[in-house]
Design a protein around this ligand. Structure first.
Ligand code: NOJ
Length: 550
């Protein structure tokens, strides 16, 4: 059964990201799996999401948490079987949850059969043409073909040993060496991905979140680029880096869009592209993708004027192309927002935190995170949630370095800890081995000992919990149509944002002192004591129903 076919469901959808390795483990091996997810989908439906997005569950050596895909059209045995994927999709649809899966078109795994064949086939072969193989520079080709660096540190090129045992060509990998980049100038790559899209569309998925989609086409000739890129990619002296946001990406998106449009219902594409809103908006023109993540929004500090500016720019850019704006605060690549906002000042999103580093202020972080979520859900458009944020889950900031799995930890010579801290398995129950994540007491990443206090079952029974706030907010958002509304700023003091969205006035106090509130009925408050006696406490937010919004 497919969900009721609401027109343009994706324009207002709240999409809940599931990281399969860490959501729920049904077979007791300490790693999450598809049956575990299916068994816990009721939770997602009860939170009030409209859809789930599943990070990759395809066969993978896990050199980069599954973003190194060895086979795009199968399920890794550690996650289950294709039948389990079918059962998951069916159950989600029964619960009126749509299902978005991950498409990873920039690179595959070095174990993908096409790459294995390319290695075996040798220089100049058609097999190598599906990837970016080049001869090296220097007298004996001992230098990489250009100066690009990998997103995971070190050169973006690895030299292969040819079948005769001699050092040979180099191949390009914008990420880990185990993730060779596809060459999208080759028609066979287009055909591969068309087949993959159809494979999952035929199985009933409702869309794709498209990994680093802005990198698939490189500038002709792969010119040198001596800069490194982290976070939102900005042009340097007016020029976009030759590996990001090249004009040719749009033709590929149009091609994919035509495939999706052949299918019934509304199947969607969501761009993972760390671009400023104005550039990201070009990806969501009417014949390209449907949505693009708003990473500029995710990257904001706890600062009223920065939020206001981003909201204005984002809405303007997306309105201009008729696309919904999306909002997101957390995902599997960045420090959880409940911890991010527990620091004063800017935080490196993907760098990770170790036990000896300055630790976030937990209470402050959670307080602001709840407010930030309520503000986000009060904006028109679509919003993405990351598993565990509905529990107010903090980043694991004291993981032993010995358990780290993010490739950047090794690649950076143990300088950058990376993203494991936001990928720790979820706590479902206050007690039990791995807090209900698994029957094993040994999950693939260890959970902090106090994770039980965040467990879903504890929060279920508490009307003041973060979980209760998320449910109330999503229920109200849906019943009052906030996702399809439009917002108008209302006057407010410094450090405060106030806007109306239909019948609701949203107020957020980024400062520490209480501020006067408009008179109105409190619909949802970020924390129980936020709005009382006509004032809004510092670091909190509220939704009010106000009769006269003047
Ligand atoms: C973005 C994904 O979200 C991240 O986890 C991954 O490491 C890179 N793309 C490379 O696929």
């Amino acid at each position: 059964m497919t969900p009721t076919d609401d027109h343009d469901w994706w324009r207002t959808a709240v999409i809940y990201q599931v990281y399969p390795r860490s959501f729920a483990d049904a077979d007791g091996d300490g790693t999450g799996d598809l049956r575990g997810i299916t068994g816990r989908l009721d939770h997602v439906a009860e939170v009030g999401a409209d859809a789930i997005w599943l990070s990759p569950f395809y066969p993978s050596p896990q050199a980069d948490g599954g973003y190194d895909v060895a086979d795009y059209r199968a399920v890794d045995p550690m996650y289950g079987t294709l039948a389990d994927a079918d059962a998951l999709i069916d159950r989600a649809h029964e619960l009126q949850l749509r299902v978005v899966v991950d498409l990873v078109p920039n690179h595959c795994s070095d174990r993908h059969e096409r790459f294995v064949a390319a290695l075996a086939a040798g220089p100049g072969s058609p097999e190598r043409g599906m990837f970016h193989f080049r001869d090296g520079r220097g007298v004996d080709g001992e230098l990489p073909p250009n100066d690009w660096t990998s997103m995971f540190e070190g050169p973006a090129w690895t030299r292969v040993t040819e079948s005769d045992g001699t050092p040979g060509q180099w191949y390009l990998h914008l990420f880990a060496p185990e993730q060779p980049d596809w060459n999208w100038d080759d028609e066979r790559v287009h055909a591969e991905f068309a087949t993959t899209l159809r494979f999952w569309l035929d199985r009933g998925v409702d869309g794709f979140r498209v990994d680093v989609c802005d990198a698939i086409v490189k500038a002709p000739g792969l010119p040198d680029w001596p800069h490194t890129t982290h976070g939102v990619v900005e042009p340097v002296e007016g020029v976009m880096p030759p590996m990001w946001d090249q004009e040719g990406i749009h033709d590929v998106f149009r091609e994919w869009r035509r495939i999706l449009d052949e299918y019934d219902g509304q199947r969607i594409l969501c761009a993972e592209a760390w671009l400023p809103p104005e550039r990201a908006a070009r990806i969501v023109r009417s014949d390209e993708m449907h949505q693009a993540f708003n990473f500029a929004y995710l990257s904001l500090p706890w600062d009223a004027s920065a939020v206001r500016e981003n909201v204005d720019v984002s809405l303007r850019a997306n309105d201009a192309v008729g696309a919904p704006t999306t909002w997101v605060l957390s995902n599997h690549d960045v420090m959880r927002h409940a911890s991010r906002y527990g620091y004063d000042g800017p935080v490196e999103l993907e760098a990770g935190v170790g036990a000896d580093d300055p630790q976030p202020d937990r209470a402050l972080g959670l307080r602001r995170a709840r407010a930030a979520t309520l503000l986000m859900l009060g904006l028109p458009g679509s919003a993405y949630l990351y598993q565990g944020e509905e529990l107010g889950l903090p980043e694991a900031t004291a993981l032993p370095d010995t358990v780290r799995q993010d490739p950047i930890w090794e690649r950076s010579g143990h300088r950058i800890r990376g993203r494991d801290g936001c990928r720790v398995p979820l706590p479902w129950t206050a007690d039990g081995p791995s807090f209900g994540f698994s029957s094993s007491a040994d999950p693939w990443l260890p959970q902090p000992t106090d994770f039980g206090s965040y467990a879903a079952d504890v929060q279920q029974a508490d009307d003041d919990s973060t979980l209760a706030m998320y449910r109330r907010a999503l229920d109200t958002r849906r019943s009052l149509g906030l996702g399809s509304g439009s917002m108008t700023w209302l006057p407010s003091p410094d450090d405060v944002l106030t806007w109306s969205n239909g019948a609701v006035v949203v107020v957020g106090n980024f400062g520490t002192d209480p501020v006067p509130l408009p008179v109105g009925e409190v619909l949802v408050a970020s924390v129980p004591d936020a709005a009382a006696d006509g004032v809004l406490a510092g670091g909190s937010a509220v939704w009010l129903r106000v009769d006269d919004q003047g």
